[in-house]
Design a binder for this molecule. Structure first.
Ligand code: NAD
Length: 432
């Protein structure tokens, strides 16, 4: 199958590589000239485990191409996947559809023969209708169907999730489009769950899922606050809860709040859509507010741990929004660092993969170290903000030797309290 993917970011690039690996001929289109130049020079523009190897393999096999030209990608495609960003509108916080509308308008002229246009971007209910109308207006003769094909990959596991998804949701109102998607995913039959639904249901499933996961994270964070006061241990409580299959063990890790390019914007977009439809979604609204406060509270905890120290030096471990990715968009770590900067703190940070993306967002308002131990060198407090394995497995003896004052505020419960105390650290975790 010939596939064009519009948008070569955290969704578009792993999907393009994945579909090429399945044997399809894929052209990834992006309006970003530098990104396409880098990809054509063989530089993978984002970090995902296992992506680089498959990228080179498929480029060499001639199955994966990159271009800035809409025409080049669209004219021969059987399937066009839209994977452009849907960031929050700066004022209303609804999903801003300007990139979606631009992509739909730009692709319309180049459709050639029957084509399925699948929206992988997370889009509000009825966006499929709007895309269809835009294309029909621009190119009344085009033979096409617009479907919703929401993406559920987890950043950090994008390649794994492409080949082993929990489910494939297809929102299609036409049999021809359903048949093409069945062909696309033929090798997944019997290995994953397929659900064919109305286009509007599919668009809703994506928001309903992300909002639910955000609520779950907020819930366990509030329960962690309770454990701290009540003398309970959240790790034991979460384990006990998770053994109930109705609850499930996933997403019960307390931390500094959810972040990333999806949950914050998708909860806000869901709240906006609810209000548009005169529906009150108080759980989601409480989650959005609570999650914002959570990051402020984490910064307060870090500052309070060094309140008796003059001009304290703060070491920060982790800048990406979670381990396994270099993505710092809406990262709780970055927001906590911003708060610390406002407190005029002297910060040195380290992240194994996200230093470059962090620098683009926050610049030189903090110092960057070359290793975890370098960042901690001479520090009065160590704040662990992203749970990278190398932080979990740090040599505590070495750490205790390089720090000036041995205080750890562990916002991810990455290190065991007993281990830290063994090496003379004062240790503060979450919900313990
Ligand atoms: P991204 O910002 O990483 O990538 C989007 C890309 O689209 C950019 O490279 C941009 O230059 C390009 N683009 C924008 N308009 C274009 C146009 N008209 N023509 C060509 N290229 C264009 O975004 P992302 O993280 O990949 O997310 C894309 C969508 O997928 C969003 O709706 C997001 O909510 C959804 N999603 C993201 C994830 C995730 O983990 N990142 C997971 C599931 C769903």
């Amino acid at each position: 199958m010939r596939i064009a993917i519009i948008g070569t970011g955290y969704v578009g690039l792993p999907s393009g590589v994945g579909f090429a690996e399945l044997g399809n001929l894929v052209t990834c289109i992006d309006r970003d000239v530098n990104k396409i130049k880098a990809l054509n020079e063989g530089k993978v523009t984002l970090y995902e485990d296992g992506l680089e190897e498959l990228f080179h393999k498929n480029v060499q096999a001639g199955r994966l191409k990159f271009t800035n030209s809409m025409q080049e990608g669209i004219q021969s495609a059987d399937l066009v996947i839209i994977a452009v960003g849907t960031p929050p509108h700066p004022v209303t916080h609804e999903a801003d559809l300007k990139y979606i509308h631009a992509a739909a308008t730009e692709l319309a002229d180049f459709l050639n023969g029957y084509t399925v246009i699948a929206t992988k971007s997370t889009v509000p209910v009825s966006t499929g209708d709007a895309i269809e109308t835009l294309i029909k207006k621009k190119n009344p003769k085009a033979d096409f169907d617009v479907i919703s094909l929401p993406e559920f990959l987890r950043e950090g596991y994008a390649v794994h999730d492409f080949f082993h998804p929990d489910r494939i949701i297809v929102g299609a109102n036409s049999q021809r489009a359903k048949d093409l998607i069945k062909k696309l995913y033929k090798s997944y039959e019997g290995k994953t769950n397929f659900l064919f639904v109305k286009r509007r249901s599919s668009e809703t499933i994506k928001y309903a899922s992300n909002a639910f996961l955000a609520v779950k994270i907020h819930y366990i964070n509030e329960m962690a606050n309770f454990c701290e006061k009540a003398g309970a241990d959240i790790t034991e409580v979460a384990k006990g809860m998770g053994l109930d299959k109705r609850i499930g063990e996933k997403f019960l890790n307390p931390g500094p709040g959810y972040g990333g390019s999806c949950f914050p914007k998708d909860t806000m977009a869901m709240s906006f859509m609810a209000k548009q439809n005169n529906i009150k979604m108080s759980l989601i609204d409480a989650t959005i507010e609570g999650n914002q406060k959570r990051k402020e509270e984490m910064a307060r905890r870090i500052m309070s741990a060094v309140k008796y120290i003059n001009s304290p030096k703060i070491a920060v471990w982790g800048l990406s929004f979670k381990e396994g990715t270099d993505d710092c968009r809406e990262s709780p770590a970055m927001q906590i660092v911003q708060e610390l900067i406002e407190h005029k703190a002297d910060i040195t940070a380290f992240d194994p993969k996200a230093m470059d993306t962090a620098k683009l967002l926050i610049g030189d308002r903090l110092k960057y170290a070359n290793s975890a131990l370098d960042a901690a060198s001479n520090a009065d407090v160590l704040a662990i903000l992203t749970e990278w394995p190398e932080f979990r497995n740090i040599d505590l003896q070495k750490l205790s030797k390089v720090m000036k004052t041995k205080i750890i505020v562990d916002c991810r419960n990455a290190i065991k309290r007993a281990d830290a105390e063994n090496y003379g650290f004062s240790y503060e975790g979450i919900g313990l």
